[in-house]
Design a binder for this molecule. Sequence first.
Ligand SMILES: Cc1cc2nc3c(=O)[nH]c(=O)nc-3n(C[C@H](O)[C@H](O)[C@H](O)COP(=O)(O)OP(=O)(O)OC[C@H]3O[C@@H](n4cnc5c(N)ncnc54)[C@H](O)[C@@H]3O)c2cc1C
Length: 380
Amino acid sequence: MKKFDAIVVGARCAGAATALLLARSGARVLLVDKDSHGTDTLSTHALMRGGVLQLQRWGLLTAIEAAGTPPVRSTTFSYASHDVTVAIEPRYGVNALYAPRRRLLDRTLADAAAASGAEVEYGVRVADLIRDDRGRVCGVVANGHSPRRIEAEIVIGADGLYSTVARRVEAPTIVEGRHRTAVLFTYWRNMRSDGYLWRFTTGASMGAIPTNAESTCVFVSVAAHRFRDELGRDPLNAYRRWLREAAPAFDAQLDGATRTEPVRGFGGHVGFIRTSTGPGWALVGDAAYFKDPLTAHGITDALRDAELLARAVLRGTATALTEYEATRLDLSRGLFDITDEIASFQWTEDRLQSLHRALSAEMSREVRTLAALEPLLAVA
Ligand SMILES: Cc1cc2nc3c(=O)[nH]c(=O)nc-3n(C[C@H](O)[C@H](O)[C@H](O)COP(=O)(O)OP(=O)(O)OC[C@H]3O[C@@H](n4cnc5c(N)ncnc54)[C@H](O)[C@@H]3O)c2cc1C
């Protein structure tokens, strides 16, 4: 039986990034995913500065740009009474934001992990964990072509919102949100799209995210009960109806544009922060911490926390893992609470603007923390 330093379950932004950093530092890593290589997932994909900074620090931003991901040079917050456009100032080596399609981002990270020596296997579902006689997690039961037991010093659950690893270790929830929004989104060509656009009205919010293939991802969010009560049988109809409600002028633009993909929907999930480390295990990404998509920050969190966790695993002590968890909580708590309140749709315009200012301050703190990290030394 082969023993790894780490098995990472889930090969998307959280897991592939963690595996990449561990493998680069010389750890023996197995990265598995039940999905296939280079596939999409149910998510829009706007990166904030912290996420772009991580890709740049790890040397992967060039590949994202080379794949035709357009630079985003401004963000517009559109309120009922007025718009506020903020230019993306060059800072910490980040000159623009990007919103790569997930099939590109996740593949880029996983391929970099493989190139750094991680063993990467797709079509492998982790069904259970194995424990030693002291109860410490020491590996996984994986179902691929045939069931296998694979041992490792640590099992990292990067397996998303419905994490099997979190369930098997019974990771306690330490913070729970109260609100959830539902999202419909699709992709459009032949439309004007300048930077990120986030528009907020009291019943529905929408956003536009320029991405690969000269397309723009356009989403609309509503309180989750509206999704249940008003979606009906035709998602495209509900999508256009809610877009018209949130941003009639923007919606009218779509009449002259070309939709390139079906409308996809997410019914919403209340946010949580879980205990994310224990004997022989750790969680990262949505498995550890999920918040409503309305602030578009989950991928940035995942890329941030992948590095915090990889550093802790490389230090190899229980204290290091406890510190990972404490730093993650410190950087996440403000973002979590602000997002939960925005997702309530119960704000005045003044309150919403002050929430956006607080969000921006939290993201600046996150970026300063990441920019201060020494680069992890790659093993030749
Ligand atoms: C509608 C929507 C819009 C969003 N928009 C944005 C946005 O614009 N910007 C942003 O930053 N964030 C956004 N998010 C959040 C973002 O999608 C998540 O935070 C992010 O995907 C988390 O990445 P992850 O790697 O932790 O998990 P995931 O991307 O969920 O990946 C988990 C992986 O684990 C694999 N897996 C699961 N169970 C097993 C198992 N038992 N064995 C093996 N493999 C397993 C899955 O196949 C999957 O590939 C959005 C989310 C939603 C739902």
